[in-house]
Design a protein around this ligand. Structure first.
Ligand code: GLU
Length: 429
């Protein structure tokens, strides 16, 4: 999925924060402290490629705030990664952990690379190189990384192994999203998608809509959408279409099936980055269409689950009038300009750092399990996840109803208030 135009995610994250700071009358010191990362690291990762040549990759880690606990957040591999994107995402992690009421702060990392073009060995070298550059600045009690866009359980395990070699011991609490059986938690792969659907279930209840009567359109078919689609289907809903980025053609395609997509069969023709094989899809009964068709689909619910900057001032007008709810599975998919139009149309927004908090919530469970070296059943993990997500949704929706606020504004208000209070309690400001 491409990040379009001259969009700057950090400017967007700051605009959202500044508005909240204004709304809650935040003191100047808190504004200064929270509108930038506390610490950030930029480094180079030299790698010997399979053909014998050397390439140097750029790596980042931003630690936005750790007043509520160790920084927490994923590492992305993306060819268009920038320090500003990582800064924005680290800030969103702070709000996400606060809204889910986890004892964690916000961090994010990245490497400018495209894993589509890298062998497994080259990816392993990038993972190990990333850790070598930052091994003294991350750790179970300081900053705990995790998977994100185009990184997976194998990457996490290579990173853990490198960290353990450097520090000479076992530190499974360093990183989350590890493979099950190697310190990973059951339920982690489902957690972000399921978490989004738990919040949707609560929104549907609030709006008096039965899941059985509702249809959805999704952007992206990676880890988040796959499990969101699965659980939404189990709840009785129908996913009419999914769109995904085609790496070869450098464009998006939408895959539509009138009676609803079949997640398992579709996953059978999907690569590990969420790319669906468009030559095989018609045989499974899909109509394939280029462009942004997912956004104008006549559905009740939209799930943008790909990247930031996807619903913008330029395309927000094409959202179908039937749409009642947007569930932001991705981080930052809606620009402030598009957000205003969505708010004005009265669409119910479940904002990113609430909707996709299931991933980090399960990561928190994973860290707890890793640190105790005692692992829970899948049933147990998912029940706790549901409880946490339902609780977070209710807390935000209560603020929204009481203060007559848009859900994103209510979520910001709750999160920023909690983090600013932690900074005051510690005597930082
Ligand atoms: N990368 C995920 C996110 O953006 C998960 C982070 C984590 O598990 O720490 O929320």
């Amino acid at each position: 999925m491409a990040v379009k135009g001259s969009f700057n995610a950090f400017e967007m994250a700051r605009t959202q924060f500044d508005r909240t700071a204004e709304r809650i009358g935040l003191e100047q010191a808190a504004r200064d402290l929270l509108r930038s990362p506390l610490r950030e690291y930029h480094f180079l990762i030299p790698v010997r490629m399979d053909d014998g040549t050397s390439r140097v990759f750029q790596g980042f880690r931003c630690q936005h705030n750790d007043a509520r606990g160790p920084c927490k957040g994923g590492i992305r591999f993306h060819p268009q990664e920038t320090i500003d994107t990582v800064r924005a995402l680290s800030m969103w992690m702070t709000w996400k952990c606060a809204v889910a009421d986890l004892p964690l702060g916000g961090g994010k990392g990245g490497v400018v690379c495209d894993p589509h073009d890298l062998s497994a060995r080259e990816q392993e070298q990038i993972c190990r190189g990333w850790v070598r550059q930052i091994a003294r600045n991350v750790g179970p009690v300081t900053d705990v990384p995790a998977p994100d866009v185009m990184t997976n359980t194998q990457h996490m395990l290579w990173m853990l192994d490198e960290y353990e070699r450097i520090h000479g011991g076992h530190y499974p609490g360093l990183i989350t999203g590890k493979p099950v059986g190697m310190g990973g938690s059951l339920g982690r792969k489902e957690a972000t998608g399921y978490g989004a659907v738990y919040t949707l279930r609560e929104a549907l209840k609030e709006l008096g809509i039965r899941p059985e009567d509702s249809t959805a359109s999704m952007q992206g078919f990676g880890n988040v959408s796959q499990y969101a689609a699965k659980l939404f289907r189990e709840m009785g809903g129908t996913v009419l279409c999914v769109s995904c980025w085609d790496q070869k053609d450098q464009t998006s395609y939408t895959f539509r099936k009138k009676d609803g997509i079949d997640v398992d069969r579709l996953m059978g023709i999907t690569d590990r980055f969420g790319g669906i094989d468009k030559t095989k899809a018609p045989d499974l009964g899909y109509e394939v269409q280029g462009g942004e068709a997912w956004l104008s689909e006549e559905a009740d619910i939209l799930f943008p689950c790909a990247l930031e900057n996807q619903i913008t001032g330029a395309n927000v007008g094409s959202i179908h009038k039937r749409v009642k709810i947007i569930v932001e599975g991705a981080n930052g998919p809606t620009t402030p300009e598009a957000d205003e139009a969505i708010h004005a149309r009265g669409i119910f927004m479940i904002p990113d750092f609430l909707a996709n908090a299931g991933g980090v919530t399960c990561s928190y469970f994973e860290q707890v399990q890793s640190n105790m070296n005692y692992f829970w059943t899948e049933e147990d993990v998912l029940a706790r996840l549901d409880q946490k997500m339902t609780h977070a949704f209710s807390a935000v929706s209560e603020v929204a109803r009481k203060r007559k606020l848009y859900m994103r504004d209510a979520a910001y208000m709750l999160a920023v208030t909690r983090v600013a209070q932690a900074c005051r309690d510690r005597g930082w400001i």
